[in-house]
Design a protein around this ligand. Sequence first.
Ligand SMILES: [Ca+2]
Ligand SMILES: [Ca+2]
Length: 322
Amino acid sequence: MRADGSGVQRLTDTISNSGQPCWLYTPTPSLNGTLKLPVRQRWQTSYITPLDVKLSQAGVGRQRCLPTTLAQGVFTILDIPRASYTVWLKQAQALAMTLPVDLTHVPSAGLDFGTLRMGDVNDSNAIDISDFSLLAASFGKTTGQAGFDARADLDASGAVNINDFSLLASNFGQSGAPDPDGGMLSAAASDFSRRTVDLTIRAVSRLRIGDEMMVTVRARTGLQPIDAATLTVEYDPSRLEAIAVVPGAALNHVLDSTQIPGRINFSAGALETSPQGNISLLTLHFPALTTGETMIAITGGDVRYQGAALMNALESRTITVR
Ligand SMILES: [Ca+2]
Ligand SMILES: [Ca+2]
C-alpha cells in the first residue's frame, strides 16, 4: 500500500454476509527491464551499471527512476501508476532508447531493450568526435593510471584500448532517442580562448576544363596538438565532380567519409599520436566539368584535443575554370 492508501481496495464481504468490510490487495504495476551491454560478460560486476529511466505520456515525462542493473542485465521499477507509457532508458556511455509499455491492466510487464549502442563518452546522447577525442586522451591507460577516464572504458575492462574505440566507431554519428524532459545534457562549455585551429583549403585558383584539380583540406593548428576533426565540404556539382576522397595520414582512424553530389562529410581521429602544425586531413580530386567561376567551401567542422573544442575559422576558395 502506498502512503496515499492506493494499491488496496475495500470490498464488502458478501460470502459470509457478515456485513464487515474486507481488504483485497491489488498491487500497482512493476516493470522488468532487460538489456545487453556489448562485449561485457553477464554475471560479472561490469554488467552492474546505473541507468536513467523516464516514463512519459504524450511526450511529457511523468516519472523518473534511477535503477541499477543486476549482474544478469535486468532491472525492476516498482509501484508505477496504471497507464500506458513510453519508457526512455539511458546508460551514461550509451545512446538512449525508448520502448512502449501498457501497464493499465497488468500487474507487471517485461521489456527487452536489446543491446545498448555504446560510445557516448560524455553522456550527451550523441556519438561524435568529442567522444572520440576524450577516448583518445585516455587511450592506452588503465585503472589507477593518471589520465585514465572510466567514461571512455566502454566495455568496463579497466583499460581504454582498441576494443573501446571499436565500440565507439561502430556507432559513430548516431544519436539516441530524445529525452522526454527536453534538455539533454550538452557537452561541457568550451573555452573560446583555445579556439585557435583553422580549417583551410589548398587548391589551384585557375584550371582548364577537363583538368583534374587536387584540393587539400588542412587543419592549421600552430603548436596546438589535435586528436580528432570532423568537417563538411560543399561544392557546386554542376561545375565540379568529386571522384576521389583520400584521407590524410595524420588522423589515420577514419570515422566517417560519406559523399553525395555537392557535399562530403568526413571525420577522423588519431589514437596513438597528437599531430600539430599544418595537418592534411583529406585530399579531394575534382575534374572541372564546365567553364566559369565556382566555389569550394568548408561549411562545417569541429576540431578537438582531449575533448576540448578548438576550431576557429573555416575557409572557402573560388576556382575559375577556363
Ligand atoms: Ca557524446
Ligand atoms: Ca576497455
